[in-house]
Ligand binder design. Sequence first.
Ligand SMILES: [Zn+2]
Length: 409
Amino acid sequence: MAPLMKPALKRGWRDLNTVQFGMTPTHALTLGPMDTATGSFLDLLNGTRGMELLREEGRRMDLPDGHVDGLVRRLAGAGLLDDARGGGPAGDALRRRKEVLDRLRPDLASLTLTTSEPGEAMSRLTARRSLRVQVRGAGRVGAMVASLLSAAGVGDIDVRDVGRVEPWDVAPGGLPAEAIGARRDEAARRTARRCAAVRPRRGRHAPPSEEGAGHSLVIIAPRDDVAVHAPSPSAADPLITSGTPHLYAGVVEATGVVGPLVLPGETACAGCLNEGRTDRDPAWPRLVAQWHSGSGSGSGRARDVRPCDLTLATTVAGLAAAHALAFLDGRLPSSAGARWEVSLPSLTWHARPVWAHPACPCGATDKGEGEHPSDGEESHETMAEQRPSQELRRTADAKRLAGTWRAHV
Ligand SMILES: [Zn+2]
């Protein structure tokens, strides 16, 4: 290990013996009391020295025996340390490809803020490469989500759609004007591949299945606005059956929607959403049927251009990709059990809860009423790993609320 004070956290002395790491309330921590010698020792934690060399430096600075190890342990425990050599063989391989790493450097730095263990950020970043994500729908939102995930290092992105690229599908960050007339799915896959910092893996997998099985996540981003507003429970049946996590996103009228993120059997799904709406409004199914027959669904009437503000589509794509990445990195974003909605022109985001419904066969209600998804026993494999840093943050927050958090070093 080559300890490194996380450079993403700006350092500032609050007084003579208290250091604050980070600026924003979400990430900032204060550390103290700290003597001058220890304070200057922090400068040596810059990723160029291993532990042996650091102990030597400590002795040279007359720091007591064991002080260096204790300090490094506490800093790591507080989530302030990274490991310049961390991330295992995949991390080493990425560091050797400087031009690739340079493109992802801000993303890596950001990951150091949302992970706790030294080297964890690099592990998360390199793990993205082996993930398979399917995006259903290659309109303004879907094509952009695919490109964003590809640029963020997700290694295998499959895009599904029908028809050919229309002029109104074109968007910066999404399908380019040159793609007009090309097959929509192929054009979106090609665009996503071009955005990749890390060359996508090829030929390693069996052909991706239509049902989404074998994917870490399926993102459902329909071009059809009725499907955005009233996602079809039956269309997601194979995903529920195969236990494939999926996330909804899209634009309907002048409203952007991100969520829910569905963890089958754990959090509310499209069926739950539909049942809940029917409970609240008995006319709901009748309206949905009319909307479908009125506007044509799926690939029916390609020339029927639906409203989709370019900036709203970009906003939705960005937020959807961020929720997707948070999940793929092993976290549980706030779209689990909720739909985030934003409408032009006020652009205030609201989270509308989507409750698991007892009449829905997905089984999410079996998890217990009112239970938070992250408390589920059978969490998604990577979700379990998120807890240390979440707990750390909670502890830090609680301590901060009670006063100033002071770790003795
Ligand atoms: Zn359900």
